[in-house]
Ligand binder design. Sequence first.
Ligand code: ZN
Length: 731
Amino acid sequence: MTSISPELHLVDFANTAPNTLQQQVISAIDAANAFLDELAIMVDNKESANALDTKQALTDIKNFDHINLALDRSWGILSHLNSVMSNDEIRHVHHELLPKLSAYGTRVGQHQPLFSRYQTVVNDKAFFAALEPARARAIELALRSFELSGVALPKAEQDKFAEIQSKLSTLSATFSDHVLDATQAYALPLKAEQLAGLTESGLALVADAGEQFKARELAIGALTQAEIDTLPTPYYVASLNIPVYLAIMTHADDRNLRETLYRAYVTRASEFDEHANAKGESLNNADIMRQILQLREQKAKLLGFDNYAEVSLSTKMADNVAEVETFLGDLAAQATPTAEQDLAQLQKYAQNYGITDLQPWDSAYIAEKVKQSEFSLSQEEIRPYFPLPKVISGLFAIVERLYGIKVQEQSESVSRWHDDVGFYQLFDADDHLIGGFYFDLFARSGKRGGAWMSGFQSRYTYAEQDHQQLPVCFMVGNFTPALDGKPSLLTHDEVVTLFHEFGHGLHHLLTQVTVGDVAGVNGVEWDAVELPSQFMENWAWDAEGIALISSHVKTGAPLPKEKLDALLAVKNFQSGVQTLRQIEFALFDLLIHAQTPALDYDGILTTLNSVRQDIAIVQTPDYNRFANGFSHIFAGGYAAGYYSYKWAELLSADAFSKFEEDGIFNPMTGKAFRETILSVGGSFPAKVNFENFRGRSASIDALLRHSGFADTKNQTKNSAAANASTTSKVI
Ligand code: ZN
């Protein structure tokens, strides 16, 4: 058995108590704060920040990075456990620490003496130019984030900035509370005839929604226990929780029911939503949206930008608003002919169900009918071909062929947080240890839903203190566990998910950068960070890749060609319409953040309508208030950044097209991808890395081809709408 390298600094997960972690987080924050206090004193003793010695300033920066390791580590373990093994104790500790962490983060962001260290290094031009590129980039990024947090502003403006930030965080929280409350407040008891068409799992969902409805009505005193006892069991209730909503929109035969539910969904938290929260307050987000845009604009102006879109793009790969608009406009023009075919296909099928005027509440329902009759393929049929152990060993074989790297399982020799967890060491072709990773792939209670990669420990070296660490990451999924001695069997969607997360994992692990802030995925622009993950998915769609990862659980046969063809056909089903929808959201998001003066609610609705007129080919009812529930941009971090999804897709498609040209297992191309993208991480701008790999700037062609739009290209001239839109879509 290979021994485990001390440079992995593995955690003894089996013996980690939440209370101990809490102590560690607190003392790490205390130590970092004490360091900042010291820094403050040093600056006070100088006449001005300019008097700082550059070398000393850099040493202070490095020491501060180093002192933060203890916090990254203890907090990293705690938040990881809270995501994968949550219980009351961990959650309690986690919640208790959050305000302390946020206070510490604010202090760092506003810390003038620390900021002046970074300025000193950058202003000493000769010194800065001689730094290793990764260190220089880390300093530039840190300086930019200081500036975006308002540290460089005069005192009065700094106070104003802090006030804006604080108002914005309250408004965002209220926005998302309203959406959540509006979603939960809606309940529509269903009559037996309204259940027609629902699948078994759909019925279970509406029955479960019924039980939740009873419990809530009782809790808020709307119904007494006696009244609830008169209700049947199961009691079927339609709700706006997304699984229930989708089950009904996809399968319910009752067209009126679908329309009713659609209307409720797209008017949540708008002036048409009559629900109130527990305090009796309206859930209408209209004025909150106005205030958010206004405050964001004020913030942008304080920071020296014209509008908030510029603030958002200043940290992204895309250069400016015009570039993103052109990208979205081009993509829309190219997707439109396919979208028109998609729509025509749905309209034709709809007639079989007596629908002559296809409406938004019919689309998912009819699309499902088309899928069933045209593709006759269910994910359940595919499962037996993808036993998890085969998928994993095939995935390792694929990356070995691509990058020459080897994976070795070491689960038995390390301490883990659960028996299902696997631990692996990654070696280079010359048997050099690269790093380690954990797979925690099965659903269980106490685990957050979805799949993710968490770059727990970055590659990092601090020679002065003789500290070396190799990268370690967690890759987490929620697949069906192995049952009755049979291995876990994956749907193809799940296979793709595993490849996606492994792509993120390799980005984290294969880094050669030893400055933690820009090692692996750290410091990579938001609109480029999904490149390596989406890129990796391609091998799960390729015949040669499929041959390596599939083996029927009974017969051992690989996935037959006709099943792969069917999977590929479904992959691009309705891709035109779906792409246009994503563009509509992205363009709307970009435009409302690029407007000065900031828009009021009417202005927001007008912009949404004009984007729809330019982009959409399906009419949206006048009452649709999609924007009032658009949490990504009003409550999440995607403001003027929703385009990132499509942007990263363009990058990954274009990167993969190099492999299509050279052979998808071409080791030289693999080596080039590893060296120009994966190894360098955030130590150079994503644009530089991409151009180093591709030998040119990114092109949209591969994305069009992969989305199935290229085939319809020659039909563009037949479509007046598409031609007219090529220019008008670039608003
Ligand atoms: Zn991802």
